[in-house]
Write a protein that binds this ligand. Structure first.
Ligand code: SAM
Ligand code: SF4
Length: 484
């Protein structure tokens, strides 16, 4: 007979609420300071943990916090599920198939947990911020011991303590607008490239998107804390930072006592001397000329911009609540290309949003040609419970959606190839990341324009900036030769 897990009681400290997540009270942001309570200090001695990360850069950065907190308690990181005493799933809720994948993973772990009941499985990130997820986990996934959301990573020590001490399963998910917690120790994955959160949450409420409900209100970190973090990274020898936020261009809009926006921050960070600065993600409506001018002024702000357009039909953009038109988008692109002629532009696109006609889709193809994107993440619209678009009539059938995605991808791939081709015979600066996954004898790294380059070279170049002459462009990468 199939072995089953013993049922354990729940301590539901707080469950998610879509109603609360939709509220925007506009109260002042609470700035908290992380401190590890003495009683949790050696909780992890002789114990191991592993973090599995899904979704966007925001989740990657959150996982570095989870790892930092775990090591603060004495846990050691491992990279095999069966070797871990605590296993985190830091999840993404942006599309239905991302969620289904997680349920599949949890199902697969059931036997592991049956054989090792002392192992702790924690589900965190965006999925638990949805009411339906928490209900489903409680009903069908007894292998999960701890459920927490995006706002309470700093409470991990408390949840582990509760689980060990009371033998309860713990659920705590806050659905309020969110605080800012400074001082969380980070275990960064790289010694040369760092993610730096500059703000959290999103107030845009695009009608298809779950993020404003899972990540709370837009709230900006104080510029002094961000500048200090980047200065420390410079001292430690880091070469590249990527500034993170769901809409970085809205940085500072929530400050009540000062006028200090994204362009100011970008300029102050450029002055720290960090060799490379990138940022993601931008909202086309909020991208201002001041920001583009600062990008043009400093050599250490990279000539690459990810500027998600989503659709290029004005009617669909309006239904998506994107608050710009195709013309406004093209105007910004034109200005960007005027001040930074060499810039590479990439984007996000959604096909088959409810009501998208063939003409609307043709508009998208038209803008893709005009904007000369050098890459894009393309998605089929996914219905997200609780978002306005989930209730819209005329959802598009899967066959049409797939056909549109394939047509769009063909055009996007042409853009990828064009974006690479323009660097043939040029000498470019590459930040060397390691050995190439597919061609293990070759080193790989990224150019200022964010192009992947493979070339021959020795191990000691890893983590350094080198000059490489591009000898051949392929669709997905460049092949180069090291230049003295
Ligand atoms: N804040 C960023 C922005 O506005 O571009 C990124 C948000 S999200 C993490 C990344 C991308 O997922 C979006 O740009 C959008 O293209 C896509 N996305 C979001 N919700 C979606 C949905 N319901 N169906 C399909 N794609 C979606
Ligand atoms: Fe989602 Fe729109 Fe916010 Fe991006 S800007 S996170 S797509 S609501």
């Amino acid at each position: 007979m199939k072995k089953q897990l013993k049922s354990k009681k729940y301590s539901v400290f707080e469950a998610p609420s879509l109603h609360d997540a939709k509220m925007r009270m506009k109260h002042d942001t609470n700035y908290l300071e992380y401190k590890l309570d003495d009683k949790y200090k050696n909780l992890g001695l002789h114990k191991t943990y592993m973090v599995k990360t899904y979704g966007c850069q925001g989740n990657i950065a959150d996982s570095e916090k989870i790892k930092g907190i775990m090591e603060d308690m004495g846990y050691t990181e491992v990279f095999k599920e069966e070797e871990s005493d605590v296993l985190f799933f830091n999840t993404c809720a942006i599309r239905e198939n991302a969620e289904n994948r997680i349920y599949g993973e949890l199902g697969r772990l059931h036997p592991l947990k049956v054989n090792n009941p002392s192992m702790i499985i924690a589900l965190c990130g965006c999925m638990p911020q949805e009411e339906v997820t928490v209900e489903k986990i409680k009903e069908k996934y007894p292998q999960v011991d701890i459920v927490f959301g995006t706002h309470n990573i700093y409470q991990i020590p408390k949840y582990l303590y509760e689980t060990y001490d009371n033998k309860h399963r713990v659920v705590e998910v806050y659905s309020y607008e969110g605080d800012i917690v400074e001082g969380i120790p980070l275990k960064r994955d790289s010694k040369t490239k760092a993610w730096v959160d500059i703000m959290y949450g999103c107030d845009e409420f695009c009608t298809y998107c779950i993020v404003p409900y899972t990540r709370g209100r837009e709230r900006s970190r104080n510029e002094k804390d961000i500048i200090k973090e980047v200065e420390d990274l410079v001292k430690k020898g880091y070469i590249e930072v990527t500034l993170l936020g769901q809409n970085v261009n809205a940085y500072g809009k929530d400050f009540k006592d000062k006028k200090y926006g994204f362009a100011n921050l970008l300029e102050d960070l450029a002055k720290t001397g960090i060799p490379r600065i990138r940022y993601t993600t931008s909202h086309p409506r909020d991208l201002d000329t001041e920001t583009m001018d600062v990008m043009a002024k400093y050599d250490n702000i990279m000539p690459h911009l990810h500027l998600p357009v989503q659709s290029c039909s004005n009617e669909i953009l309006n239904k998506m609540n994107r608050k710009y038109t195709k013309e406004m988008y093209l105007e910004k692109v034109e200005y960007l290309r005027k001040v930074i002629p060499n810039i590479s532009l990439t984007t996000d696109l959604i096909v088959a949003f409810p009501n998208e006609s063939e003409e609307d889709f043709e508009e998208t193809l038209d803008l893709v040609r005009k904007a000369k994107f050098e890459g894009a993440y393309t998605f089929i619209y996914s219905k997200r419970k609780g978002t306005p678009a989930a209730t819209y009539d005329n959802q598009i059938d899967p066959f049409t959606a797939k056909r549109r995605l394939l047509t769009l991808n063909k055009l996007i791939n042409d853009g990828f190839a064009y974006g690479n081709k323009r660097f043939e015979n040029e000498v470019v600066e590459v930040l060397v990341e390691g050995y190439s996954e597919n061609k293990e004898h070759l080193l790989c790294g990224y150019t200022k324009n964010n192009k992947l380059v493979n070339f021959e070279g020795s191990e000691e170049l890893i983590g350094k900036l080198v000059n490489v002459k591009i000898i051949k462009a392929f669709t997905w990468h460049l092949r180069g030769e090291l230049v003295d």
